[in-house]
Structures are given as structure tokens and as C-alpha cells.
Write a protein that binds this ligand. Structure first.
Ligand code: UGA
Length: 436
């Protein structure tokens, strides 16, 4: 099969490389010349474990191409994927679909023979209808079907998630398009991955419903964590105790500083907006958004409480991890972007370390000093905050950390350490939802 992938962001690049690895011939198209140049040289613009090797191998074996000029690839393609960004639109919170529609116009002028046009970007319900209308308007004669095929991969585990997904969702009633999609995902049938064929609007909604449900699940356990702290209970045991019930499931029940990233914050807000627009408000998700926003400010207060004063003037806070989760350099909507400025507003000087995110974060976190390592971030600090659970923070030399710090206060917002162990090492230790 021949695939054209428009957009080489996270989803486009990972999906393109994985489809090539399945044996398809894939051309990834992007309008950004510097990005294409870097990719052609084998440089991957994002940090994602395993992606550089996967791209290099498929380029070497002649199945994966990068280009600024996608006309030929789109003409020859059996399937053209739209994997461009859908950021939150300034002012009203809806998803900005201008890149999706621009891609649809470009495709319309080039379609040659029956072509499946697939929206992989996360798009609100009804976007597929609009893409279809755009193509029909430009090319009333074109033979095509517009399919929704949302992506469920997680940053940091993207290749594994693409190649071994829990399910693939394909939204189209067109039988020819269904056959093309089945062929594209054929390698997954070896591990019996279910393909859910459904209507296009349903498929579009499944993506938002999945992300909103997960965001709500995290927010639920975060609220339970707050309650645990008050009543003297342990949130990790609560998560285990409820998660073993298969109807609930144990995943995404890690309490923390609030969800962040390029998807949950944006997609929950977009779903709320769509639901309001259609007169069917999703109150649970509205509340989820509110609770998660408030939580980030509350995390700064938690740090101040551990130090014992709300006036942090003259205090230095060391921070370990600023990305929204480990194994990524992505800073989009990272909780650090709210928590660190809130600490600064209370007067603190903040010094931080992140294994991959520092470069990006340095532009976004004004006044934060970035250090070369975890111990450097601890040096002279009145409190050390573990904000992202990178593996390298899991086995710190605690005695060394204590010696380096001005005061031995650790605020562990990811529950990486055990309270008893930290107390044994002489730390004042605060974590999430461990009231006993
Ligand atoms: C999320 C979904 O998990 C993917 O299925 C989806 O494809 C993707 O969004 C998307 O829409 O593109 P991602 O944003 O990469 O993936 O990261 P997650 O692993 O879901 O984490 C999101 C946030 O939730 C992070 O800030 C993380 O720290 C937080 N989280 C996650 C928790 O606080 N607790 C948990 O138990 C799990």
C-alpha cells in the first residue's frame, strides 16, 4: 500500500514510521523546510524512545520518505492521512481546524483514482463531513472516502502503543475504504487486535470520550488522594483496591500533580465546548477541567506548607522534572508551567533539572535556573520537589541529597519514594495521598 502522511508532528511521524515498518511505502509531508531537512538527515525533532532507529531503518530500506512537496505522493497514495495539529483556538476553546481544512484543500486538487482520506488528527465531531464537503467542492469528480481513524498512542510509549494497541477505531460506512483500512492494519491481526468499524461521527467522538474518561479517572484518584490525606488513608492502596475490580481497572489511577500534556487539557476543553454547542453539556468533564486547573495551584501551596511558610522570599526550591511526564521533551500544558510560576509568585527562587525537557522549558519558564543534574538542582535548596517521575529520580543517593540541601524537605508529587524510607533518612517528606 502507498501512504501519504500530511504533518510530521508526534502522531504523523510515529504513525508514518510504524506504517513503513509494517511494509507500506510511506511519504511524510510537512510545510516546514527545516523539519524536513532534519528528518532527511536522520535527525528526529522530538524525543521518543526507539523512534530514531525505526525511522533510520525504514528510510534505509526504502519505505519511508520525507518531503516538502507532497503532490506526487498524494496522487499515488491509496490512503492520505491528515495528521496536522488541532490546537485550542484562541478566545473560545474550540479546536482550531484551519490546518485540517488546508490539508483537505491540498488533497482535493491532487486525488487520482479511488483514495481514502483519513483524519488521524484529533478532530471534533463533524469534521470528517466538512473535509468531505471541501474535497467535493474542489473536485466534484473525485473518487474518495473520508475516514476517521483516531490515534490512541501515548508519548514516551508511542511505538509500542501503535504496534500493539488495545484496539483500532475506523469510522466509515464505505466498504472500499474499510477494505483499504483493513489492509493497512493487517499486521495487527497477528496479535488479534480488534478493529472497531463504526460511523465517522461516532469514531470522532470515541477519541474525545476516551481522553476525557482517562482525564476524569486521574482527577478522581487525585481527589481521593486529597481525602486520604485528611482521613489517614493511603491512595496507592485505594487505587489497588478499586483497580483490581475489572470493571474499574488499575491503569491511570496514579495520583499526582494533575494531568498535563498536549492532549488531555486540550481535548477535555474541546469536548466541553462541543457538548455545550449541541446543548448536551458534559458536566463531569467541565468539573474535571476545573478541578485539574485548581490542583496545580494547590501543588504550589503544598510545597509552601512543607516548608512551613507561604512567604518563600529568600527560599530556593529545587525541582526534578518539568515535562508533563517522563520519556518526552514535550512541555505542552505541563503542570510545571503553573506550579513553578506560582512558587516564584510566593517569592521563591526556583532551580530545576530535566533530562530532556530543559531546552524547551527554558523558553517557557522565565527566571527558572536550569541545572546540569538532579544533585545540582538539590544543592542549597530549602525544598526539593519531584514533579516528573523520570527513572533516574527513582534511586537517588538520599544521603548525598540531604547533605547538599540547605534544609532536608522533599515534596514528592509522584509518590516515587516510600514515606518510611524518607523519614529514616531524616527528611521532612510530603507526598500525594499518603495520610498514613
Ligand atoms: C494521552 C492518552 O493516554 C493517549 O491514549 C492518547 O492517544 C494521547 O493522549 C493523545 O490524545 O494523543 P499522553 O498525553 O501522551 O497520552 O500521556 P498520558 O500517559 O496519557 O499522560 C497524560 C497526563 O496524565 C500526564 O501529565 C501524566 O502524568 C498524567 N497521568 C497519567 C497521571 O497523573 N496519572 C496517571 O495514572 C496517568
Amino acid at each position: 500500500m502507498r501512504v501519504a502522511m500530511i504533518g510530521t508532528g508526534y502522531v504523523g511521524l510515529v504513525s508514518g514510521a510504524c506504517f513503513a515498518d509494517f511494509g507500506h511505502v510511506v511519504t511524510c509531508i510537512d510545510k516546514d523546510p527545516s523539519k524536513i531537512e532534519r528528518l532527511e538527515r536522520g535527525e528526529i525533532p522530538i524525543f521518543e524512545p526507539g523512534l530514531d532507529d525505526l525511522v533510520a531503518r525504514n528510510v534505509r530500506e526504502g519505505r519511508l520518505f520525507f518531503t516538502l512537496e507532497g503532490a506526487q505522493a498524494i496522487k499515488e497514495a491509496d490512503a492520505v492521512f491528515i495528521a496536522v495539529g488541532t490546537p485550542t483556538r484562541r478566545g473560545d476553546g474550540h479546536a482550531d481546524l484551519s490546518y485540517v481544512y488546508a490539508a483537505a484543500e491540498e488533497i482535493a486538487g491532487l486525488i487520482d483514482g479511488f483514495t481514502v482520506v483519513v483524519t488521524k488528527s484529533t478532530v471534533p465531531v463533524g469534521t470528517g463531513d466538512e473535509v468531505e464537503a471541501i474535497i467535493k467542492k474542489v473536485r466534484p469528480d473525485a473518487q474518495f472516502a473520508v475516514v476517521s481513524n483516531p490515534e490512541f498512542l501515548r508519548e514516551g510509549a508511542a511505538i509500542e502503543d501503535f504496534k500493539r494497541p488495545d484496539r483500532v477505531v475506523v469510522g466509515t460506512d464505505d466498504e472500499r475504504a474499510q477494505a483499504v483500512m483493513r489492509d493497512l492494519y493487517r499486521p495487527l491481526s497477528l496479535n488479534e487486535t480488534p478493529i472497531v468499524f463504526t460511523g465517522r461521527r461516532t469514531s470522532e467522538l470515541i477519541k474525545y470520550a476516551a481522553n476525557a474518561f482517562l482525564a476524569m479517572k486521574i482527577t478522581f484518584i487525585n481527589e481521593m488522594a486529597d481525602l486520604c490525606e485528611k482521613v489517614g488513608a493511603d491512595v496507592q492502596s485505594v487505587a489497588k483496591g478499586i483497580g483490581l475490580d475489572k470493571r474499574i481497572g488499575g491503569k491511570f489511577l496514579n495520583a499526582g500533580p494533575g494531568y498535563g500534556g498536549s492532549c488531555f487539557p486540550k481535548d477535555t476543553i474541546a469536548l466541553v465546548k462541543t457538548a455545550q454547542q449541541y446543548g448536551a453539556p458534559t458536566r463531569l468533564i467541565e468539573t474535571t477541567v476545573e478541578v485539574n486547573t485548581a490542583r496545580k495551584k494547590a501543588m504550589a501551596d503544598k510545597v509552601a506548607a512543607a516548608i512551613g511558610t507561604t512567604n518563600l522570599t529568600g527560599k530556593t526550591i529545587g525541582v526534578l522534572g518539568v515535562t508533563f511526564k517522563p520519556n518526552t521533551d514535550d512541555m505542552r500544558d505541563a503542570p510545571s508551567l503553573d506550579i513553578l510560576p506560582a512558587l516564584q509568585a510566593m517569592g521563591a527562587k526556583v532551580q530545576a533539572f530535566d533530562p530532556e525537557g530543559a531546552k524547551e522549558a527554558a523558553h517557557m519558564l522565565e527566571g527558572v535556573e536550569f541545572k546540569a543534574g538532579a544533585y545540582e538542582a538539590a544543592e542549597g535548596a530549602d525544598a526539593l520537589v519531584i514533579l516528573t517521575e523520570w527513572d533516574q529520580f527513582r534511586a537517588l543517593d538520599l544521603d548525598r541529597v540531604k547533605l547538599l540541601m540547605k534544609a532536608p524537605v522533599v515534596v514528592d508529587l509522584r509518590n516515587v519514594y516510600k514515606p518510611a524510607e524518607m523519614v529514616r533518612h531524616g527528611f521532612t517528606y510530603a507526598s500525594i495521598g499518603r495520610g498514613r
